[in-house]
Design a protein around this ligand. Structure first.
Ligand code: SF4
Length: 327
């Protein structure tokens, strides 16, 4: 049995100070990823800093229309918040499509952003996996890669898909991650937070080792917009996306005034389809335009064998979601 030190922080400053005691320290929030990976012996932190007691569980609508979400707000509380349901339906739907009720009650907003990949080779603790053991190889590229592996954003060193539903909605909405560390506070655009695997797949995000997320700010809702999250998966609940989309669209008559499209399940990070958005913006809606934009949203996708069907499924996720929103 592995032993580890356990500390409990009363405030953010104390959490950061406790974290500095050992380079092998991790923050414990909901624990829905971390405790699993510790039980599997995939993560072996020497020191856990429990941040349950931090007063970071508020959702505040600001005077400029943006929404400030504390890092410790549970996925359930965020999904069920009246302002989120009314003004950010894609976010509420994405959260409620993830995991199970029990997990959503424990999982936190910051923890959702920080969750790790579901690749079976990463989690089995023995297979070649560059993310777990740098330089050991990637068993998934020529292995079992149907379910939780990406066709967008992969590299020769890692093709694990980012597993979050919430993050797909957030990158479509536009958001800022606020971090605090020993050197002060820092704002990170949501789109820059998650990193492509490249040749360093163990580097997953833009946080420094001594930083923690304190809150996330959503951009103000797009005026006059409708939004939805569509998740395509093998079964109707408690299952990761094979392909998903978050779409936010505002129209002037039959013309698309503005639009945001993001994809999940098909990409190594939450994926914004900016070329598809540009193709649609300012244009009159038609079935042909939706089809072409859906194809553009998956431009550059690469099949690794079993997961090749995701290239068409990702297009379906975009086309069906947008078609329903404008029907
Ligand atoms: Fe590891 Fe990534 Fe390859 Fe999975 S896809 S085995 S996480 S390197």
């Amino acid at each position: 049995m592995r032993t580890f030190e356990f500390s409990r922080a009363a405030d953010v400053g104390q959490a950061i100070a406790l974290h500095a005691r050992s380079p092998d320290t991790v923050f414990l929030a909901g624990g829905t990823t971390l405790l699993d990976l510790m039980k599997l012996d995939v993560m072996q932190p020497a020191h856990l800093v429990d941040i349950h007691k931090l007063k970071l569980d508020q959702i505040d609508v600001q005077s400029d229309g943006r929404v400030r979400i504390g890092a410790m707000v549970s996925n359930t509380d965020l999904a069920r918040h009246a302002h989120i349901q009314q003004h950010y339906p894609a976010l509420s739907q994405a959260l409620l499509s993830g995991a199970s009720t029990q997990l959503r009650n424990k999982a936190t907003t910051a923890g959702n952003v920080m969750q790790r990949v579901r690749c079976g080779y990463f989690r089995d603790g023995i297979s070649p996996c560059n993310k777990r053991v740098p330089g050991s190889g990637c068993a998934a590229i020529d292995g079992l890669n149907r379910n939780v592996h990406a066709v967008l954003g992969g590299s020769k060193d890692c093709i694990a898909a980012h597993p979050s539903d919430m993050c797909v909605a957030m990158i479509a909405i536009g958001a800022t991650i606020h971090a605090q560390g020993a050197r002060g506070v820092r704002d990170i655009p949501f789109a820059d937070f998650h990193l492509l695997p490249g040749d360093t797949p163990w580097k997953e995000h833009a946080l420094a080792t001594d930083e923690m997320i304190t809150h996330i700010t959503l951009d103000a809702p797009m005026p006059g917009s409708r939004s939805a999250y569509l998740k395509l998966r093998d079964r109707g609940s408690y299952q990761f996306a094979l392909a998903s989309s978050a779409v936010i669209v505002a129209r002037d008559g039959n013309d698309i005034r503005d639009i945001r499209i993001a994809l999940g399940g098909v990409s190594t990070k939450p994926w914004r389809a900016r070329d598809a958005e540009a193709m649609l913006r300012g244009k009159p809606l038609s079935a042909a335009l939706i089809r072409d934009a859906a194809a553009a949203s998956m431009a550059g996708a690469q099949s690794y064998g079993q997961n090749g069907f995701k290239i068409l499924l990702g297009q379906q996720a975009v086309a069906r979601n947008l078609s329903r929103l404008v029907a």
